[in-house]
Design a protein around this ligand. Structure first.
Ligand SMILES: [Zn+2]
Length: 137
């Protein structure tokens, strides 16, 4: 997943505020790179429960860019995150996704996806394992 955070960073690093002193600019670049990496890592770990990752990342880094470049940064972030999401979805569909922790497939009584880990080689957690038995029967 590393290549995706790097690609996002590369596409926006030259847009970072040029009117700050060099140490500050270095600090900005580090902060932007760290935010890109954190976002992509989180996406890889938890793709189904990370809503609007491009928005999260943009909100986090927009302060490092001059107002005149915000639209371009927003666009680059959306493109870069979109590419990472497509890649993860392809991996999930072909069953080779290994970046994430698997989750129980059940829905809780509150209508939210169950957050517990499934039993080994099963699709449901201990509290929901009866769902699997019922389906199989
Ligand atoms: Zn469960």
């Amino acid at each position: 997943m590393y290549q995706y955070s790097r690609a996002i960073y590369r596409s926006i690093k030259d847009l970072i505020d040029p009117y700050v002193d060099p140490p500050t600019q270095l600090e900005y670049r580090r902060a932007v790179l760290a935010a890109c990496e954190e976002t992509v890592e989180r996406l890889a770990k938890d793709p189904r429960y990370f809503a609007k990752p491009e928005r999260t990342l943009f909100q986090e880094i927009r302060r490092y860019f001059p107002i005149t470049h915000q639209a371009q940064v927003n666009w680059a972030v959306s493109e870069g995150i979109g590419a990472a999401v497509d890649f993860i979805e392809e991996q999930i569909e072909s069953g080779v996704f290994d970046g994430g922790v698997s989750r129980c497939r059940a829905t809780t009584r509150k209508g939210k996806p169950c957050q517990r880990a499934p039993l080994p080689e099963r699709e449901y957690c201990p509290s929901h394992q009866h769902l699997e038995t019922r389906r199989a029967a």
